[in-house]
Design a protein around this ligand. Structure first.
Ligand code: NAP
Length: 311
């Protein structure tokens, strides 16, 4: 079994920032990533809101530099799937499909994923008109038409946020009443830029490079409507907010959680000594690259202190 000071689970911005700080503190550090470095950010085609980001910054380009930066400070990287963790006690065990590791500290940075619609074309056009983050992508739809899928607090709040950019925002909801809190609903109904398509679900999204058309089905009548991009625009936005799922199943019953999100204090400490959680998997109010990176830095510094105190 390979031994480390710090094992970080997940190589998104939170895990990579934790790795950078741990590496610079000369802690023997490993980052385990399941599939592909970067987490959700790699589905983002442009990044405008990370301080100091380059003008043509994309998710993958930022992540490539973050990974290289951790490597410069001696952090090990491995692609493997964590299948089980033992977090109690001073020696933590991280079991993967191919290998087993032990660590003095575990930093959980496994992220979260938006729930997709699951219709044809959605995956292919993700980042090309289909988005799961209004804060990230709203500004790209200045004066365009935008559709928001969902009827909960997120969908309705994000629809209102999108009216700052889009000339019209249509909420597509599968029922004839919103789930969102009444106070939020009232604001949306009073907003002249917001329209509704009730009892409707998105059946298919089409486009050659960018979203161009979308098929919407009325679930009561079965009628299919084809939404086509305005000729001058050539495209429109589809923002999906039908729930968000933290990748926390592995840690169920092992660290304190609320609705699937790991609870930490402001030092990123969970209720288990030597176990930290950072980024989107953590209960927090703003899930962005900049807050993920900040979480990672804090956790790594605290990890160093924890290790010092336990030596
Ligand atoms: P949510 O409350 O679970 O709402 C999901 C919405 O998506 C519902 O309207 C649901 O329709 C719809 N939906 C689910 N699956 C769908 C599918 N396959 N196809 C089409 N529509 C689908 O999720 P959320 O809005 O992300 O909110 C998550 C939690 O965060 C909630 O507890 C919410 O209160 C909280 N939150 C609070 C605030 C705030 O207080 N300001 C802001 C954001 C989020 P149905 O209504 O028919 O089920």
């Amino acid at each position: 079994m390979k031994k480390y000071d710090v094992v970080i689970i997940g190589a998104g911005p939170a895990g990579l920032a934790a790795g950078l700080y741990a590496g610079r503190a000369r802690l023997n550090t490993l980052i385990i990533e399941k599939q592909k470095n970067g987490g959700q950010i790699v589905i983002t085609s442009e990044i405008e809101n990370y301080p100091g980001g380059l003008e043509e910054e994309t998710g993958p380009s930022l992540i490539d530099r973050m990974v290289a930066q951790t490597q410069r400070f001696g952090v090990d990287h491995v692609f493997d799937t964590v299948t089980d963790v033992e977090l109690e006690g001073e020696e933590k065990i991280i079991k993967c499909l191919h290998e087993e590791y032990s660590a003095k500290v575990v930093i959980i940075a496994a992220g979260a994923n938006p729930v997709p619609i699951g219709c044809p074309g959605e995956k292919e056009l993700s980042g090309k008109g289909v988005s799961y983050c209004a804060t990230c992508d709203g500004a790209f739809f200045e004066d365009f038409e935008v559709y928001v899928v969902g009827g909960g607090d997120s969908a309705v709040e994000e629809a209102m946020y999108l009216t700052k950019f889009a000339r019209k925002v249509t909420i597509i909801h599968r029922r004839d009443e919103l789930r969102a809190a009444k106070s939020i609903q009232e604001k949306a109904f009073a907003n002249e830029k917001i329209d509704f398509m009730w009892d409707s679900v998105v059946e298919e999204i089409k486009g050659d490079g960018l979203v161009e058309t979308m098929v919407v089905k009325n679930v009561k009548t079965g009628e299919l409507t084809e939404v086509v991009a305005d000729e001058e625009d050539g495209t429109f936005g589809i923002f999906v907010f039908i729930g968000f799922k933290p990748n926390s199943a592995l840690f169920e019953g092992k660290v304190e959680m609320e609705k699937g999100y790991i609870v930490t204090d402001e030092d990123m400490k969970t209720n288990v000594p030597g176990v930290f959680a950072v980024g989107d998997i953590r209960k927090k109010s703003l899930r962005q690259v900049v807050t993920a990176a900040a979480d990672g830095a804090i956790a790594a510094v605290q990890a160093g202190k924890y290790i010092e105190e336990h030596e």
